[in-house]
Ligand binder design. Sequence first.
Ligand SMILES: *Cc1c(COP(=O)(O)O)cnc(C)c1O
Length: 377
Amino acid sequence: MTISATRPGTAMRKGYDAIPLYAPDPSPVAIDLSDNTNRWGMPPAAAREIQRAIAGNLAKYPDAYAASLKQAAARYLDVAPSMIVTGCGSDDVLDSAIRSFAEPGDRVAVLDPSFVMIPTLVRLNGLEPVSLPLSSSYEVNVDSLPRSGEVSVTYLCSPNNPTGTRLSNARATIAAALERTRGIVIMDEAYAEFAGESVVDLVSENDRLIVVRTMSKAFGLASMRVGYAIGAPDVVAEIEKSRGPFKVSALAERAAVVALTEDVQWMKEQVANAIESRERVAAALRAKGFDVIPSSANFLLVPVRQASAVARHMRALGVAVRPFDALPLVSPALTATNGGALRVTVAPWPEMEAMLSALDEAAATVARDARDRGSAA
Ligand SMILES: *Cc1c(COP(=O)(O)O)cnc(C)c1O
């Protein structure tokens, strides 16, 4: 294959044109509430371990499949190490899992709206995403699950990003998805620590269920890029094959191992702080008239009209939040704003106060601009 310098498109993979590059705004911002990372900082024992690791010898490759991390994750969740597969962030684990259980061209059922990376990962693997819409109460209607043969992978997420809602019928949904299809069911539990609930216990009885976790949110290690999944040993082995060796760096592995063993109490304290701050800011937003969606995670989805314009003004005021302009109109709250919403990461109270005043000012500016355009027309 030759790649033409003048017409590079001719050598590119069919189907990739329509896939967008994930490219968040790189400009610095004083208060970044856009990505749901831990605004209380990083775990202290893991931070010390990174210092020690840097002082050591990094000339060697890390362990091919991060054996010590599997041990630590297994102890944290009380499962066998043979049931753990790790990766460069849970994105990597999700990508590998989707690839290992679907043939090119297969369909993947994806909760909608849910984690924006999933349809991209599905398409990058030559697969086709099909929407599994949330109900008006942000649940999965079990009758809407695909029938046998229709999909080879079903992606679920609870608490769900970007809605923040938990699937109260997660167990029934998983049971129905496993019963209706021969494929794999993925439950993304990136925010499980905030919800205080998990379906990990179902894995030992269901060898087609995979539960995915991350160190990027409650554990405060997003920059280290560590995620993992829990599944039956032979399923996990397939994901590991698809993933390939050396995906978790030595620094990341050491930091994550220490976080999962010595920083669990720290993590729980930060989760409690996040929940307290979340409920306080949700009440403040409701008092201002916003229809905040009830959250079980460390962020809030706030339906607003012209979300991108509001977020742009907020960023100019030093506060970054994540706008969505066209979420599916699954609920009355999202229908009222025509699918517009801001996703706001929960943070220590001074940052929440800064967010609230930036939101007030930005919303007023956007409303005034709209009036000016209206009176000019
Ligand atoms: C943040 C997030 C992830 C985590 O990604 P990493 O690659 O582990 O940083 C996975 N799933 C969901 C739903 C998320 O919100």
